[in-house]
Design a protein around this ligand. Structure first.
Ligand SMILES: [Zn+2]
Length: 349
C-alpha cells in the first residue's frame, strides 16, 4: 500500500511539480536586463528543456559574434582607445545618431546600418590603433549613456533608453550585405526627397548599392529646409578662406550662377566671380546644410535656400522614419535606400 503512495507522489512530481519548476526558470526575471546571470539561466534551462523555444527566450539570448563582438573605439577628444562590446557600443551610436522618438522600425534600420558601418570600418580601418572613432564627422557619433540621458527630459529617460536597447537587441547579429560582403552603409539626416551618388560627394568609382532614390514625406521634418542669408562682404569673406583672390561683380547676374546639377538635382558646379566651385566645396565654405540649394539676391543680400541635411548618400533618417510611419518594416526601409542588398546574420558569412 505504501508503495502505491510513493508511486503516486512520484507520478505527481514528474507530471506537475518538475515541469513547473523548469518552466519557472524560463520566465525572464527582469525584462530588458541583459545581465550575464540571466543569460546563463536561460541557456541552462534550454539545455534541460530543448523543446522550449519561444520567441521571448530568443529575444533574451545574447548573440555570440564569431568575429567583431568586441571593437576598439577611439575617443577622439582624449585619444583613449576603449574595447567595447559591439551591441553595447551600438546603443550609444543609435541614441547619438537618431532621435529616440522616431518609429521603432526606423530605429531598428538605424541599428543595422550602424552595425554594418562599424564592421565595414573594422575591415577598412581609418585609424591606426582603433576600429572606429566617436566623431560623427569622421566615423559615426557615439554618446555616453550618462550624457545621452542628461539630454533627454527626465520623464522619458528610462523608456527612451529601453527603446534603443530593444532595437539593437532585436536586430543583433544582422548586417547589410552585397555579394555576401558588408556594405559601406552611409547615412544622413534628411535627403530633401532624393538621395545622392557618393561620386558627387567624395569622388571615386561609387558602389552599385548606392544609387539615387526618392522618398516622399521628408518635408515634414525641421531638417528639410533652411536658409543662409549673407551680405556681399560676408560672402566674400567666407570664400576668401579658400580663394584669397576672389572677386565678384554683384551687379552682374552671371557672376553668381549655378552651372551644373547632379542627377539628384543638387548643385554640382557654381560660379562665384572669377572662380568655379563644386557644390560640396560651397556647402563647406558657406556652412550650408546640403548641396541642394537655390540662390536669390534680395536688397543687396545673397540668400541660399537649402533643402535637406547632410551629404545625401545612403539611408535618410527622416526618410526611414517616414517609411516606418507608412507601415514599412526595417527590411523594407533598408532595401529602399540600398539597392540589391540582403540582410544577413554576420556569423553566416
Ligand atoms: Zn574616425
Amino acid at each position: 500500500m505504501k508503495k502505491i503512495f510513493i508511486y503516486f507522489f512520484a507520478f505527481l512530481f514528474i507530471c506537475f511539480i518538475l515541469p513547473a519548476l523548469l518552466t519557472k526558470r524560463d520566465i525572464p526575471t527582469s525584462s530588458g536586463d541583459n545581465n550575464i546571470d540571466n543569460i546563463e539561466n536561460t541557456e541552462s534551462a534550454k539545455d534541460t528543456e530543448n523543446n522550449i523555444q519561444n520567441t521571448q527566450e530568443n529575444k533574451e539570448e545574447k548573440y555570440t559574434y564569431n568575429k567583431y563582438g568586441t571593437i576598439k573605439l577611439l575617443h577622439s577628444k582624449t585619444g583613449e582607445v576603449e574595447e567595447v562590446a559591439l551591441d553595447d557600443y551600438l546603443c550609444n551610436v543609435v541614441s547619438g545618431e537618431m532621435p529616440a522618438d522616431y518609429e521603432l522600425e526606423a530605429l531598428k534600420a538605424q541599428a543595422i546600418v550602424a552595425r554594418t558601418y562599424t564592421i565595414y570600418k573594422c575591415q577598412n580601418p581609418k585609424h591606426n590603433n582603433a576600429d572606429i572613432c566617436d566623431d560623427s564627422t569622421c566615423c559615426q557619433a557615439w554618446v555616453s549613456k550618462e550624457d545621452r540621458l542628461a539630454r533627454w527630459e527626465e520623464s522619458k529617460r528610462e523608456t527612451n533608453w529601453q527603446k534603443i536597447e530593444q532595437c539593437v537587441r532585436e536586430t543583433q547579429g544582422k548586417i547589410i550585405t552585397y555579394n555576401n560582403q558588408p556594405i559601406n552603409a552611409f547615412f544622413h539626416a534628411n535627403s530633401g526627397g532624393t538621395t545622392e551618388l557618393p561620386v558627387n560627394v567624395w569622388g571615386g568609382s561609387g558602389y552599385p548599392y548606392l544609387q539615387v532614390v526618392q522618398t516622399a514625406g521628408e518635408e515634414g521634418y525641421t531638417q528639410y529646409s533652411s536658409e543662409v542669408n549673407l551680405t556681399q562682404q560676408e560672402l566674400i569673406n567666407k570664400l576668401k578662406e579658400k580663394y584669397s583672390d576672389i572677386q565678384i561683380d554683384f551687379n552682374n547676374d552671371e557672376q553668381i550662377k549655378i552651372l551644373e546639377y547632379t542627377d539628384s538635382n543638387r548643385v554640382k558646379t557654381i560660379r562665384f566671380g572669377n572662380h568655379e566651385l563644386s557644390g560640396v566645396e560651397t556647402r563647406t565654405l558657406l556652412g550650408l546644410k546640403s548641396t541642394n540649394f537655390e540662390i536669390k539676391k534680395e536688397n543687396g543680400r545673397i540668400m541660399f535656400s537649402v533643402k535637406g541635411y547632410g551629404h545625401g548618400v545612403g539611408m535618410s533618417q527622416t526618410g526611414a522614419d517616414t517609411m516606418a510611419k507608412q507601415g514599412n518594416n526595417y527590411e523594407e526601409i533598408i532595401k529602399h535606400f540600398y539597392i540589391g542588398v540582403e540582410i544577413k546574420e554576420i556569423n553566416s558569412l
